[in-house]
Design a protein around this ligand. Structure first.
Ligand SMILES: Cc1cc2nc3c(=O)[nH]c(=O)nc-3n(C[C@H](O)[C@H](O)[C@H](O)COP(=O)(O)OP(=O)(O)OC[C@H]3O[C@@H](n4cnc5c(N)ncnc54)[C@H](O)[C@@H]3O)c2cc1C
Length: 468
């Protein structure tokens, strides 16, 4: 276990900077600082530090640098690639004391939050003011705004409102040398020089520590139409998606796709909690949501659009939610995955992306290649298909995790072959290190190294992530 005696110079300096009770020896820290969400990686940080403001974050970074210790921010620890695992002998930095919504501006439609704020808290604060923060993830109750920015999170509504990248107008970060850079503006347009804030989006804590952000808000939708649709083939899936985009006038907000075996596995495991919304046995199931603002006409428009899709032969069966409870039950098919996944343990999980046109061929090839390499392999496919994002669950037997790198290689090589990306959402972190070259060119990776060296020449910030 990494230890530093109570009187060690680094511990004394940190305690002086942020208060002794906010410098916690690693061995005494909460489990989330010592293991990742999937239990794949363990960490043994020297300390967990809990700075109370940006100046204290900067002081922690400077002290760590002076003593040759690295700094890894641990947010909600909901990322699945081991990104928030502190390096050996490094410091884990928690922003749990910096968790406030600082300001709400419903004229400019922007909110300023501290990076440790939980995503759901930010969503609810916006809604209390009649505004709407569109970013939404299954992990909303634990993920932090800073973590969502550092991972450039996407989620259920990218199709309509984009990723975190599209919602951050202002940012404050602490650089590796302790410099504070702040531009907390609600301005949407700002082309004055390099877009340095965008560089921080998705940088996974390797280029700077995000301490505060200004997030773009939208008017709060007042109506919500949700349906579960069954489809016979992938051509119907893509035709349905485009048809709904047009017929709903740009208000299609989610298009979650589940392959038939995913639907069967999840709903079978959920039977104790709720009945199946519709029979299993179809090739695909799409969960679609329209958020709008016209209570008199939205339900009619939604039903007409689905009616047209049925008439066009795209949809084989449909269930439309007629209450909030029914809506939640439809979403639970997609989001209440813990019972269904229990039968797939130990499993590997992937989130790749590609052009929608490549998706059916990709899935077919992954099935063929994994079955050839691991007879009896079990796989589930689902994802935010509206934006080309596919999740895959793979089980290759009880001792399967020993083969993880081989499975990774098969999935990521195939992703490269279709011109996709090995990381649609969760980033590269630690678990995807070594595969970046499959979907990024040598020149791109070299540029990434140059950026890292320019901003963090000593490798203080989250070492061992993204780049080898
Ligand atoms: C059930 C479930 C559903 C999910 N659904 C989605 C989804 O739909 N879409 C999606 O995109 N992701 C999803 N995720 C992944 C995850 O929730 C997101 O990546 C989330 O944004 C991470 O936030 P966090 O606070 O947990 O960050 P962590 O997991 O703690 O950290 C993630 C990375 O960001 C760095 N980091 C954290 N905070 C900061 C900061 N303030 N400054 C600099 N670096 C920082 C960490 O060092 C680490 O490298 C899901 C995860 C789970 C468990």
């Amino acid at each position: 276990m990494a230890t530093a005696p109570a009187g060690s110079p680094i511990r004394r300096a940190l305690a002086e900077a942020i208060g002794v009770r906010h410098v916690i020896p690693g061995g005494e820290a909460d489990p989330k600082f010592r293991a990742d969400v999937l239990g794949k990686y363990v960490a043994d940080p020297l300390f967990v530090v809990r700075p109370g403001d940006t100046a204290e974050v900067a002081a922690c970074v400077r002290i760590a640098a002076e003593h040759g210790a690295s700094v890894t921010v641990v947010g909600g620890q909901t990322g699945t690639v081991g990104g928030a695992i502190a390096a050996p002998g490094g410091i884990a930095l928690s922003l749990d004391r910096m968790n406030r919504v600082i300001a709400m501006d419903t004229v400019s439609m922007a909110m300023t939050v501290e990076a440790g704020c939980i995503l759901q808290t930010a969503q609810e604060a916006a809604e209390a003011e009649g505004a709407f923060l569109p970013l939404d993830l299954g992990s909303r109750g634990s993920a932090t705004v800073g973590g969502a920015i550092a991972a450039n999170a996407g989620g259920n509504r990218v199709l309509r409102w984009g990723m975190m990248r599209d919602m951050v107008t202002g940012l404050e970060v602490v650089l590796a040398d302790g410099t504070i850079v702040s531009s907390l503006t609600p301005m949407i347009k700002d082309n004055a020089g390099y877009a340095w804030k965008q560089l921080m989006l998705g940088s996974e804590g390797t280029l700077g520590i995000i301490t505060r952000a200004v997030l773009r808000l939208r008017p709060k939708p007042t109506t919500d139409q949700t349906a579960l649709l069954a489809l016979a083939d992938f051509a119907s899936v893509t035709a349905l998606l485009r048809s709904l985009e047009v017929r709903l006038g740009g208000r299609l907000s989610s298009f979650e796709l589940m392959w038939g075996d995913f639907y069967a596995a999840m709903t079978a495991a959920q039977l104790a909690a709720r009945p199946r919304p519709m029979a299993e046995g179809h090739a695909f199931y799409a969960l679609v949501e329209m958020l709008g603002g016209d209570p008199d006409h939205d339900a009619g428009q939604f039903e007409a659009a689905l009616g047209a899709a049925i008439e066009d032969g795209l949809v084989a069966d449909a269930v439309i939610a007629s209450s909030g409870r029914e809506r939640d039950a439809l979403w639970a098919v997609r989001e209440d995955m813990v019972p269904g996944l229990a039968a797939y343990k130990p499993f590997m999980v992937y989130d790749v992306s590609m052009a929608l046109s490549a998706m059916p061929g990709f899935v077919e090839q992954v099935r063929i290649r994994l079955e050839a390499a691991f007879p009896g392999v079990r796989m589930l496919f689902y994802g935010h298909a509206g934006d080309g994002n596919l999740h895959i669950i793979v089980n290759v037997g009880d001792k399967g995790m020993a083969h993880e790198r081989e499975v990774d290689r098969i999935v990521y090589e195939m992703t490269g072959e279709v011109g996709g990306s090995i990381a649609a959402e969760h980033g590269i972190g630690r678990s995807r290190i070594g595969f970046l070259g499959l979907t990024r060119s040598p020149a791109e990776i070299d540029l990434m190294r140059r950026i890292k060296r320019a901003l963090d020449p000593e490798g203080i910030l989250n070492p061992g992530k993204i780049l080898e």
